[in-house]
Design a protein around this ligand. Structure first.
Ligand SMILES: C[S@@+](CC[C@H](N)C(=O)[O-])C[C@H]1O[C@@H](n2cnc3c(N)ncnc32)[C@H](O)[C@@H]1O
Length: 265
């Protein structure tokens, strides 16, 4: 039976040493925030709707994929594959998706690769997305294999808080600006502010200092609203819709880049 999901559910995630997951790199994350709780909020025909005559293959980027459970669930859901279908050869939605998933934690990536049911279509890489040089080199070289400069869709699920706590306001803004420059559509699940307080409390219980930036964050409060402001205020993206909230109170927000016209998308 799933553990009760509370504000502090993540405290249980990393067992005896919760502070050992300073990036949110919990080894059993999907047990506590199951992928189904997110994907069920998304229309199964989303890819067909967003890309009626889109490029093939579609290119997706999952930032902060952990051990890949949500990446695989998103892949199946968006392509209309059943749980027992191991082949994406005949995707129900008539789309082919290549999904590149990255995480800062090499052990999580190793597990994701070992367990991947779609090694030909989902690839994994260890990458610190806040390392601008490594990020640019790696993502540009991936995209250039398809003669592309942007991903059709990016996924950033339960990652913004960790970037924000570890890199401050400037880091969060830089991160979101980068994603908006590289993704034509962007699906984001920001953690609400109460999760920040819980993460800081967790650290204090261990007798450690707060995250470097926690007390000085000027971007705070309604984080879904703040993230929307950052992505839309310079006109880079527009909010397409909110697909609702998970049972653990996180919104799923879909943004679209204003760089390209609808026709080009
Ligand atoms: C709470 S987990 C979310 C996992 C998955 N996206 C989900 O929603 O099920 C946050 C993930 O972001 C990753 N992460 C945090 N900072 C990162 C960074 N700078 N670069 C890449 N991954 C990062 C962590 O290692 C962790 O696996």
């Amino acid at each position: 039976m799933a553990a009760p999901r509370t504000e502090g559910a993540e405290e249980m995630l990393s067992g005896s040493e919760p502070g050992a997951a300073p990036y949110g790199n919990f080894p059993n994350y999907s047990r506590f925030h199951p992928p189904e709780g997110r994907v069920r909020l998304l229309p199964p025909a989303l890819l067909r709707r967003l890309f009626p005559a889109g490029p093939s293959p579609l290119l997706g980027l999952d930032v902060g994929c952990n051990s890949g459970e949500l990446s695989v669930a998103l892949y199946r859901h968006l392509l209309g594959l059943q749980e027992n279908e191991a082949s994406p050869d005949q995707p129900v939605v008539g789309k082919i998706l290549n999904l590149l998933c990255c995480d800062i934690d090499a052990a999580l990536i190793e597990r994701a690769e070992r367990c991947s049911p779609f090694p030909g279509s989902i690839s994994y890489a260890t990458l610190d997305v806040m390392d601008a040089g490594a990020r640019e080199l790696f993502l540009s070289s991936y995209l250039s294999r398809f003669s592309r400069s942007t991903f059709d869709i990016g996924f950033c699920m339960s990652v913004t808080m960790w970037i924000h706590l570890n890199h401050g306001d400037d880091g969060l803004v830089e991160f979101l600006t980068y994603l908006s420059s590289r993704c034509n559509y962007l699906l984001i699940e920001p953690q609400p502010w109460k999760c920040y307080r819980a993460a800081a409390r967790r650290l204090r219980k261990l007798g450690r200092n707060d995250f470097d930036h926690f007390r000085s964050l000027a971007i705070n409060g309604d984080m879904a609203e703040r993230v929307t402001q950052i992505l839309t205020e310079d006109g880079a993206m527009e909010l397409v819709c909110c697909f609702g909230s998970t049972s653990w109170d996180r919104s799923l927000l879909l943004f679209k880049s204003n760089r390209l016209t609808q026709k080009q998308l």
